[in-house]
Design a protein around this ligand. Sequence first.
Ligand code: FES
Length: 113
Amino acid sequence: MAISSPATVLCRLDDIPDGEAIEVNAVVNGEDESLVVWRRDTEARAYLNICPHAGRRLDWAPGKFLVKDGVLVCAAHGASFAAATGECTAGPCRGDRLRSVPVAVADGQVVLP
Ligand code: FES
């Protein structure tokens, strides 16, 4: 009989101001990872907090991200990512993308299924 593991709660959806992103630390594939968790209305997206340009963190201070109008900007060299898809749309790694971590929203919580 298969035993399903319970979903891991990352945060409450309300912990993330609408249109902004926060950092959440979680174990993903057995590794401790820093995640960028972005919210728009009732949806959330999560990515590893690793820029595809030079492998730096995206935040300008721990847990503080530059996000405006659905665009997440890496604080290191200014690469711009569409927060909804993780695709780099401008900057030094244009065409690359953030590594997506699948998340779901259930009962007002952002979870790793
Ligand atoms: S490490 Fe993000 S733009 Fe260079």
